[in-house]
Design a binder for this molecule. Structure first.
Ligand code: NAD
Ligand code: BTL
Length: 487
């Protein structure tokens, strides 16, 4: 049984309960893990609180903390293949995709390790004579970190690395469906010699462990990646002690395709945007907004290529798309498409589960293109989180921008055109945290990631990703103390 990590020890759940982890490709049990609850969360929070309030970690020289974070990255690189296979077993994504994730993850740890000792604070020009004014950054304290199932270790790394580099202590709760690589990375952090109590892992459900982390007065910051409704609940719970809050929520991401775009690139990237990891990506380009004059050619080519996507086991090199994460999620995607059909969308390809006998034990759904879509349809407005792309058309640049912005979300979007001035005009008006020109779904440690509107609050990665884990302190020093004689 996989255990939880608290105060430097591997422990079972207080209740003794366990949970079975299922392979979404064939529904086989791949692991049994401890199933913690509020009591376990309380113990982990206490360990993190003690380590922050009375431990040495937050007072270590920043350079030494950076070295420790580098060591974690090196161990991830050493165990890259094991981690990638574990991630694919747990999520169903292809091992090739998981290998890319592991390289990204090691890169994130190296990036924040490098940043750990680069901040010397700032001297302010004091408006008061005979005084100095200095700004420094300090760790926030105890951080609660809650992650989703679609990119289990990648999303964890975006939280763990900056929190540690900045000198915080933390309690992480991974998704209860996909905890395996998080357990492994805590083993690596133990091996790297991160002091006891600094990093703590509690496994269990959102309603118990996650809710406890969000509401506890002993937690100073909550960083959450997941769905919008959960984010709203966490935001409410976090108000109990006015926690610092970072929310990375969902997206319904448009790709505007102008008729002057490179045709083959645009078709190819429209597919990359949505069919990686079966569309279970927050920034998946699920909403195609295509210029009227090229619509028919574009859809014809798209459908031709989508028909050839090979579904299967993530461990088969020929597989291009794996299953959805669970039976429940598959049922949601089925309903989502059925609703779209009722609203008038046309299924150009897909639109059902595959009938291939080899795929009947997994949670598979066919890659799907829906045409004749309009902005008022639920398939255009709601995040389906499956391999489903909707197609709308536009006649003018203004209309394309209007459609792209017609959403409660604002995570990411793309523009495909060979007219750079046109691209720049669109970028300025698109209300999203990331906009790609002639590309899709790119992210790297140096650039901030996060959403406008209801896609979230705050930014991970980049300089801002470290700042989320820092408090800012102003230190004023009077060089000529004397009575003010006001009273
Ligand atoms: N913006 C981003 O960078 C980003 C990245 C990845 C995923 N996501 C989003 O994540 C969602 C998919 O992930 P999911 O289905 O795991 O999301 P989810 O909201 O169901 O769960 C996410 C995490 O929250 C926990 N949780 C559930 N209820 C909770 C509660 N009441 N209090 C505290 N924690 C609770 C879950 O156990 C899990 O660990 C999608 O909407 C996707 O867009 C966003
Ligand atoms: C943030 N990202 C794109 C890595 C994963 C979103 O689900």
């Amino acid at each position: 049984m996989k255990k939880m990590f608290m105060n430097g020890e591997w422990v079972a759940a207080c209740s003794g309960e366990t949970r079975e982890i299922i392979n979404p490709y064939n529904q086989e049990v791949i692991a049994t893990v401890a199933e913690g609850n509020e009591k376990d969360a309380t113990l982990a929070i206490a360990a993190a609180r003690e380590a922050f309030d009375h431990g040495e970690w937050s007072h270590w020289p920043a350079r030494d903390r950076g070295k420790k974070v580098h060591d974690i990255a090196t161990l991830i690189e050493r165990d890259r293949e094991e981690l990638a296979e574990l991630e694919s077993l747990d999520t169903g994504k292809t091992v090739e995709e998981s290998r890319v994730d592991m390289d990204d993850i090691a890169g994130v740890f190296h990036y924040f390790a490098e940043m750990a000792d680069k901040d010397g604070g700032e001297i302010i020009a004091s408006p008061i004579p005979n005084a100095t004014s200095r700004v420094v950054h300090e760790p926030v304290g105890v951080c609660g970190q809650i992650t989703p199932w679609n990119y289990p270790l990648l999303q964890a790394s975006w939280k763990l690395a900056p929190a540690l580099a900045a000198g915080n202590t933390l309690v992480m709760k991974p998704s209860e469906i996909t905890p395996l690589t998080s357990v492994k990375v805590f083993e690596l952090m133990e091996e790297a010699g991160v002091p006891a109590g600094v990093v703590n892992l509690v496994l269990g459900s959102g309603n118990s462990v996650g809710a406890k982390l969000s509401a506890s007065d002993d937690v100073d910051l909550i960083s959450f990646t997941g769905g919008i409704e959960t984010g709203k609940r966490i935001m409410q719970a976090a108000s109990s002690n006015v926690k610092n809050l970072a929310l990375e929520l969902g997206g319904k991401n448009p790709n505007i395709i102008f008729a002057d775009a490179d045709f083959d690139t645009a078709v190819d990237q429209a597919m990359n945007a949505v069919f990686f990891h079966a569309g279970q990506i927050c920034s998946a380009g699920t909403r195609l907004i295509v210029e009227e004059s090229m619509h028919d050619d574009f859809v014809r080519e798209l459908v031709k290529r989508v028909k050839n996507i090979k579904l299967g086991s993530g461990f088969d090199e020929a597989t291009q798309m794996g299953p959805l994460i669970s039976k429940e999620h598959l049922a949601k995607v089925v309903d989502y498409v059925e609703n779209g059909k009722k609203e008038g969308a046309t299924v150009a390809v897909g639109g059902e589960k595959p009938d291939d006998p080899e795929l009947q034990h997994g949670f598979f759904y066919l890659p799907t293109v829906l045409t004749n879509c309009t902005t008022d349809m639920s398939v255009v407005q709601d995040e389906g989180f499956g391999p489903v792309i909707t197609v709308e058309t536009f006649a003018t640049e203004e209309e394309a921008i209007h459609l792209a912005n017609d959403s409660i979300y604002g995570l990411a979007g793309g523009v495909f055109t060979n007219d750079i001035a046109k691209a720049q005009r669109c970028v300025v008006k698109m209300r999203m945290g990331t906009v790609w020109i002639n590309d899709v779904n790119l992210y790297f440690p140096q650039a901030p990631w996060g959403g406008f509107k209801q896609s979230g609050i705050g930014r991970e990665l980049g300089k801002t990703g470290l700042e989320e884990y820092q408090e800012t302190k102003h230190i004023f020093r009077n060089l000529k103390p004397e009575p003010a004689n006001w009273f």
